[in-house]
Design a protein around this ligand. Structure first.
Ligand code: PEP
Ligand code: MG
Length: 767
């Protein structure tokens, strides 16, 4: 059976379209099960009918013509019950529906199984036989397995637009399509797709002997120089958008293009007799395949940068570089690419760029980090996207949910346009709150801090009235380099952050790599990265990295004295003791070097369930506590925070999460320590209300949400929030709690703030 299954799956994957795939499936299944009929009925959500889409054994003329309503026939029964139906006398069943067009009356045995993908019913697959018999268990298991495979194929066909090739009956849908990816940068954008394709194709370069090695070297050197000029130009175009620290990425590119790096290797290959293009392909492909083999997602993405550079050099060698000028981009350009690179961002004039879409990559890609800094709504990792077809298409990006729509209908456009307008109007209205305190109507103050990573974030945060930095993610500047930044480089970067906020506090987290965050130059390859070498575990094993970082932080704070140091991923007290010992050592060294710096406050992040139950012991050792609710939720619920398949289970308002948060604040206060939350929950106005009611001393969030949170805090009383907290703490379901919070805040007049009120089902019926 397994072998048959494998063969069918292989054949189906190479089918040219969905119709072809279905024809293969029914033919092979009929053959494999030695039955007389195998048919697939697909469910059309618009007409709410099952349409016969492929059959072996029934009348071919009925394909695409015959359909059943969801309450009709045995097919409708299988669909509505969402479980197999295995009977030996179909015509005797009360739900049997005779369809004369199919010529099916003589078949007695019937086995129907639902085709379901991600909880969504896509259709029903049926096998039938003339004689009366019950299909056996192995036949039923085979059909169920086949149908699960088929569900994935159908979902893919829908997503890639292949479903459009189905017969007209099913094609009553509009040609609008919806694609889901991962949120890269928040915001909504409506614009026109511009597909960025590489100007040359490295993979198609053939091997050839160099006729003159000297000439090939010269051609290559010229192309290399032109590629360097490209990168400098592209970087230059982004200079007004990005700060020098973020521009460091372009230096990384230039370093790769250095004569001593890629350049030297290509020249070596030319010297061995290859022509320039062939030598370039060899070197680049070797690097790319090396990186692509890496298990780590971040490292795999570095292959993209190298490929991009290789392609640019090749385009110059071939004289095929694209000459797109600023005028070629529409006013609302949504850049689409199979693999967006930071260099591509520089191709579009910043005033015309309104959104980004990348088939590959994740929210941790460099492009996503830069997009967030530039405030450009972005969707990453849209795996099923037929991206080449999006050129010139009208597109909508929902960067909040990581969804994009192509050719949206008027209604959908209107809804998103109003979200966009509302966001703009709201941001304008909230500007007035800049200098107002975050204080409730009954006089309770809740300082609102921000999370930063790039210096651009710091600047935007001050524009929005942040009162301090609750989390500075130091791994971000580390990710922008191609080696560990030196102590003095780090000192410079940290100084900018500390200075930007002085005299307000800046909480610098020590390097938090591992999990889904890795550095190209420090690969961590593990089977279970989220349960592995992460955060403090890495830096305690590498005291040299930790000490350099802490020394840089300390030196950067000279004269400002607003530094707080925070330790990520703490799961036991020894880690805190060891880290504090190192911090003390670094402080003594720096003081001995002549810097007059007080010992900074040191705190721990509560991100691991174990730490929740040792909060007292931890609080006794440190000056402050900050809850990393993103990781804490992930570990409490055992739900990977980046896995879209289990995204529904990642419930920020799960009663267990809320109970943990309440326990933490109570215990930390019992030890007299201040406590804050710096995960996404704090930036959610509904979450912020609950955290304030629980007694958190500060909350720290992304700069975009700060004015919204402030506006809610200023419009309610602490007593109201506490009553609401009491009520939701009696509830058993995270979904119900979130819905209750939504309703209560809407009723209190904050409907506008807790948006963008995007209906989670908006456009979901589109494919
Ligand atoms: C968290 O886990 O909540 C947190 C703030 O840290 P990060 O999102 O960087 O892992
Ligand atoms: Mg974390």
């Amino acid at each position: 059976m397994l072998e048959i299954l494998r063969r069918i799956v292989q054949e189906v994957s190479s089918a040219k379209d969905l119709g072809d795939a279905l024809r293969v499936v029914v033919a092979r299944i009929r053959e494999a099960t030695s039955t007389e009929v195998c048919s697939v009925y697909l469910y059309d959500a618009d007409s709410k009918r099952y349409v016969l889409m492929a059959t072996e054994g029934l009348n071919q003329a009925a394909v695409g013509k015959v359909s059943l309503s969801s309450s009709q026939g045995l097919v409708g029964l299988v669909g509505s019950r969402e479980e197999p139906l295995n009977i030996d006398n179909a015509p005797a069943h009360p739900r049997f529906q005779f369809l004369p067009e199919t010529g099916e009356d003589p078949f007695l045995s019937f086995l129907g199984v639902p085709i379901i993908h991600n909880k969504r019913l896509m259709g029903v697959m049926v096998i039938q036989q003339r004689d009366s018999r019950q299909f056996d268990e192995s036949e039923e298991a085979f059909l169920v397995t086949m149908s699960a495979q088929l569900a994935g194929v159908i979902a893919h066909a829908e997503a890639t637009g292949n479903i459009q090739r189905l017969p007209d009956e099913l094609n009553s849908k509009s040609i609008a399509a919806r694609f889901a990816g991962a949120p890269g940068a928040p915001g909504v954008a409506l614009g026109q797709g511009v597909v960025m394709v590489p100007a040359a194709d490295l993979a198609s370069v053939v091997d050839k002997q160099a006729e003159s090695i000297d000439e090939e070297i010269e051609r290559f050197e010229q192309a290399l120089e032109l590629a360097r000029i490209d990168i400098r130009k592209l970087g230059g175009q982004l200079r007004s958008e990005l700060r020098p620290e973020e521009m460091a990425l372009f230096d990384v590119y230039l370093n790769m293009l250095d004569d001593n790096a890629l350049g030297a290797e290509v020249k070596l290959a030319i010297n061995q007799g290859h022509w320039a293009q062939g030598a370039l392909r060899r070197v680049i492909m070797e690097y790319v395949s090396h990186f692509r083999l890496m298990e780590d997602a971040y490292l795999r993405e570095r292959a993209t940068d190298i490929m991009d550079l290789g392609t640019r050099i090749l385009a110059h060698l071939q004289g095929s570089e694209s000459e797109t000028s600023a005028d070629d981009y529409p006013d609302f350009t949504i850049l689409v690419s199979e693999e967006l690179t930071p260099a591509m961002l520089g191709e579009v004039p910043p005033n015309k760029l309104c959104g980004l879409i990348s088939v590959k990559g994740s929210s941790n890609s460099h492009v996503a980090i830069l997009a967030r800094a530039m405030g450009v709504p972005t969707v990453m990792g849209v795996i099923d996207l037929p991206f080449a077809q999006l050129q010139g298409k009208s597109l909508i990006i929902d960067g909040y949910r990581g969804v994009l729509y192509s050719n949206p209908g008027a209604e959908l456009r209107q809804q998103y346009q109003s979200v966009f307008d509302e966001e703009k109007a709201l941001a304008k209205d909230l500007e007035g709150l800049l200098h107002e305190p975050a204080e409730t109507l009954d006089g309770h103050r809740l300082p609102l801090w921000v999370n930063t990573g790039l210096i651009t974030d710091a600047v935007r945060s001050l524009d929005r009235g942040a009162e301090g930095v609750g989390l500075y993610r130091t791994e971000v500047p580390f990710m922008m380099k191609d080696r560990f930044p030196s102590e003095s480089e780090q000192q410079g970067i940290y100084r900018e952050q500390l200075q930007a906020f002085s005299p307000q506090p800046v909480t610098m987290r020590t390097l938090d790599i591992g999990g889904d965050k890795a550095l190209t130059y420090f690969p961590i390859i593990e089977a279970n990265p989220f349960l592995g070498w992460r955060g403090i575990r890495v830096t305690l094993d590498h005291p040299e990295i930790f000490l350099v970082q802490v020394r840089a932080m300390l030196k950067a704070s000279v004269g400002l004295n607003n530094l707080r140091i925070m330790l990520p991923m703490i799961s036991n007290v020894t880690e805190v003791d060891d880290a504090q010992h190192l911090i003390y050592r670094a402080w003594v060294e720096v003081v001995e070097e002549g810097y007059a710096i007080p010992m900074p406050q040191v705190g721990v992040m509560i991100e691991v369930p174990a730490a929740v139950y040792q909060i007292r012991e931890l609080a006794q050792r440190v000056d402050f506590i900050s809850v990393g609710s993103n990781d804490l939720t992930q570990y409490l619920l055992a739900v990977d925070r980046n896995n879209p398949r289990v995204a529904d289970l990642y419930q920020a308002f799960h009663p267990a999460v809320l109970a943990a948060l309440q326990h933490i604040v109570k215990e930390a206060h019992a030890e007299g320590k201040s406590v804050s939350v710096c995960g996404e929950l704090a930036g959610n106005p509904m979450g912020a209300v609950l955290l304030m009611a629980m007694g958190y001393d500060t909350i720290s969030m992304n700069a975009t949400n700060l004015p919204k949170v402030k506006s809610v805090i200023r419009g309610i009383t602490l007593t109201w929030a506490q009553d609401l907290l009491r009520e939701v703490m009696t509830m058993e379901s995270g979904v119900v709690i979130a819905a209750t919070m939504q309703i209560m805040l809407e009723k209190a007049g904050f409907g506008r703030i807790i948006g963008p009120n995007i209906d989670p089902n908006l456009g979901k019926q589109l494919h």
